[in-house]
Write a protein that binds this ligand. Structure first.
Ligand SMILES: CC(C)(COP(=O)(O)OP(=O)(O)OC[C@H]1O[C@@H](n2cnc3c(N)ncnc32)[C@H](O)[C@@H]1OP(=O)(O)O)[C@@H](O)C(=O)NCCC(=O)NCCS
Length: 273
């Protein structure tokens, strides 16, 4: 995939009712690698992957145009991407349409991510953490934020976090030098995405997301949150209704151990993890 393919790739995702703008595709390509399926130069299939350090990657934006599905193109794209990715452990978030392909190519189900979105309510019922200190994330905090993110994910996502911060903004929670959570926010799709959000506990995560909701005004907001971390009911109560869910799948992951804390409360996106 090259920058010249992005306009057609965006049309392909729009044909699936996916909200990605051309800028969202450009950021994805800037951070990772992509392959396209072409017919006489026209894009009818895409797949992308993003390396996070030497041993991990996420995979996503896998699409075959509706008129060409069921003819093996999805598997061909997947096998070509897997050959590029090599022995890294891989995570992806699967739509129901993608599940058969991923199961057949060695992925297993490890979780569920709920897609919450809408125009948030402004009822002031935020459970603000007692004594919470929410601050703008600046360059001085970036190294600590990357370290917190690495403890939660096991991934080395320096480039991703710096790129999101270049396009958007971040908040941190914590007193003095201690950072017990961060939340980024950027334009994406129909409005803004709040994510990644990583925090020591759900109260810190709610406080950070609540602070972003207050800043986003009356605009459309999306949060992709792992169901295991229990924010779904609270997000829905803030007007971010559950729109859909995807199945998190892994391939080549040797350990099922998830850290005691911090945890991931919202993804950068379903594709980027
Ligand atoms: C997911 C998608 C990319 C698959 O592409 P495709 O070209 O239709 O897939 P293929 O024809 O290569 O089929 C892949 C495998 O899944 C199997 N499969 C597909 N649909 C199936 C179904 N409903 N039940 C069981 N198996 C199914 C195929 O038999 C094939 O297995 P095989 O290679 O062993 O024969 C395509 O359906 C798509 O673009 N969907 C919409 C966008 C989307 O949701 N993408 C996934 C994002 S995570």
């Amino acid at each position: 995939m090259e920058p010249g393919h992005l306009a057609e790739a965006q049309k392909l995702s729009a044909s699936m009712d996916w909200p990605h703008r051309i800028e969202d595709w450009a950021m994805a390509l800037d951070l990772g690698h992509g392959l396209v399926a072409l017919d006489d130069g026209d894009v009818f299939g895409t797949i992308m992957w993003w390396p996070y350090g030497e041993s991990d990657a996420t995979l996503g934006l896998i699409i075959v145009s509706a008129d060409r599905q069921g003819r093996g193109h999805g598997r061909q794209l997947m096998e070509a991407a897997l050959a590029e990715i090599g022995p890294r452990a891989i995570f992806l978030n699967a739509t129901s349409e993608g599940l058969p392909l991923y199961t057949k190519t060695g992925f297993r189900e490890v979780g569920v991510v709920c897609q919450h979105q809408g125009v948030p309510t402004r009822d002031g019922s935020d459970e603000v953490l007692d004594g919470a200190c929410i601050r703008d994330l600046n360059e001085n905090h970036v190294a600590d934020v990357i370290s917190l993110d690495n403890r939660a994910t096991g991934w080395q996502r320096d480039r991703l976090l710096r790129r999101i911060l270049a396009d958007g903004e971040g908040l941190i929670s914590g007193k003095g030098d201690r950072i017990d959570g961060y939340a980024l926010c950027r334009r994406f799709g129909f409005g803004h995405v709040i994510g990644p959000v990583v925090a020591l506990n759900d109260q810190v995560a709610r406080t950070l997301i609540g602070a972003w909701i207050a800043r986003c005004g009356d605009g459309f907001v999306r949060v992709d949150s792992p169901s295991s971390n229990g924010l779904s009911d609270w997000l829905a109560s803030r007007g971010l209704l559950k729109h859909d869910s995807v199945v998190t799948m892994a391939r080549g992951v040797t350990s099922d151990n998830t850290p005691a804390a911090p945890h991931v409360f919202a993804l950068a996106s379903q594709a980027l993890g």
